[in-house]
Design a protein around this ligand. Structure first.
Ligand code: BGC
Length: 404
């Protein structure tokens, strides 16, 4: 266990005002400055094609956009008033799907005939900015992002209006893919444990299918099938996706995962005021949160298994939705305190490593922790706006539109 950050990642003392251990409040200027920096970063780094890169600098991520990261980035951009930017990302997603229409129809057909294609023939988790599959080996079969982009699109349309007609074909194809495949084991949010069915993944799929059916972006028999899949997901999670009254990492497990907070908020798969939500928040706090920051899961060894600002913000959103504003505030402050002097938020920080000896091997393999990680900035914005501590109208002067 180490308590020291590499010098390059140590927060600038001027920005490190929050002391989450003592609960000292963060200067509103710090939050505001970081919010404006976050918006600038998201707007500046969006590609001409509409994709959001995961991180501009981290070796293993450069050149790729993930549906998972991108959808949450777009959701934050949408909430922050970058309406056009978010719309361009959803158009990029729709295009990615339409270009794979033949493949999706084949997957759906094969599955219906009892021959579900091997994971290597399913759709990938990340794409090049041009919307192509990557050339590098990756842990690609992940279903959550396909649900998340549908959910985020509908949030965007609800927030800012618009019919969504332009996205319809991409939405229908995505829904067909998910309806055919939702119950398959696949890699989780962390691109691990492909042999399991993950509860966070199910929550993303359910939220997406529910959203597009409610919004009328899918209709008729397709909407009926989506509702029936949604019902089956709910039953499955109720029967095999909980233990001791809380959500669990994968079906049949007893462990938890930081990503489960998203099922409560912002996805709303679980009612934030329900017993399951309360029990899930409690167990995430007691198992995964140390001095206010949230780990991915017990046993994590990636870069030593540090704490993730984006997960801390997801937990903050869950707390806020469940009525605990004070703890949600602390989550925002903890995340803000991880910013570097350049106002960059990292993927994780090393205050409390679960497996300190594993930090060095990862640095040798891929370089230092991904910083900035756009998804971290997105979740900071999303929680700050939900708390009313970031005012989207203050961010309005941020650049919008012109891709660089
Ligand atoms: C994380 C994924 C994330 C990707 C890009 C991976 O290390 O496990 O959740 O989508 O990085 O940020």
């Amino acid at each position: 266990m180490t308590d020291t950050l590499p010098a390059s990642e140590a927060p600038d003392p001027a920005l490190a005002a929050p002391d989450v251990a003592t609960g000292a409040p963060v200067d509103a200027d710090v939050i505001g400055e970081l919010a404006r920096g976050s918006i600038r970063l998201i707007a500046d780094l969006q590609t001409p094609q509409g994709a959001y890169p995961a991180s501009p600098t981290f070796s293993a991520y450069v050149g790729y956009s993930w549906l998972r990261d991108g959808s949450f980035i777009a959701d934050a951009a949408s909430a922050a008033g970058l309406v056009e930017s978010a719309g361009r990302f959803y158009a990029w997603c729709a295009d990615v799907m339409v270009r794979r229409a033949e493949k999706i129809r084949w997957i759906v057909r094969e599955t219906a005939e009892g021959r579900p294609p091997a994971p290597s023939h399913m759709l990938p988790a990340r794409f090049t900015f041009d919307g192509e599959d990557g050339a590098d080996e990756w842990w690609d079969f992940q279903l959550d992002g396909y649900g998340t982009w549908l959910w985020a699109l509908v949030e965007h349309l609800d927030r800012h209006g618009g019919s969504g007609e332009a996205f319809r074909e991409g939405v229908e194809l995505t829904a067909d893919y998910l309806i055919a495949s939702w119950d398959r084991p696949c890699y989780d949010w962390w691109e691990e444990h492909a042999q399991h069915v993950h509860v966070s993944t199910l929550a993303c799929i359910a939220a997406g299918l529910d959203a597009v059916a409610r919004a009328g972006l899918i209709a008729g028999e397709r909407a009926d099938r989506a509702r029936s899949a949604l019902e089956s997901i709910r039953e499955l999670v109720a029967e095999r996706g909980t233990a001791d009254g809380h959500l669990i990492k994968w079906l049949g497990s007893t462990a938890v995962d930081g990503s489960l907070a998203a099922a409560i908020a912002p996805l709303g798969f679980v009612d934030p005021r329900s017993d399951v939500a309360r029990a899930t928040i409690e167990v995430l706090e007691s198992h995964l949160s140390v001095d206010g920051g949230v780990h991915r899961y017990l046993g994590d060894t990636f870069f030593g298994g540090g704490q993730w600002p984006l997960l801390t913000c997801f937990l903050g959103l869950a707390h806020l939705a469940a009525g605990d504003r004070a703890r949600a505030d602390e989550c925002l402050e903890w995340a803000a305190a991880t910013a570097t002097a350049e106002l960059h938020l990292p993927e994780q920080v090393t205050h409390h490593l679960i497996a300190p000896r594993m930090e060095r091997p990862w640095i040798e393999r891929w370089g230092t922790v991904a910083t900035p990680l756009l998804w971290s900035h997105a979740m900071f914005l999303r929680l700050g706006i939900a708390l009313g501590r970031i005012d989207p109208s203050d961010l309005a002067s941020a650049p919008e539109g012109e891709p660089r």
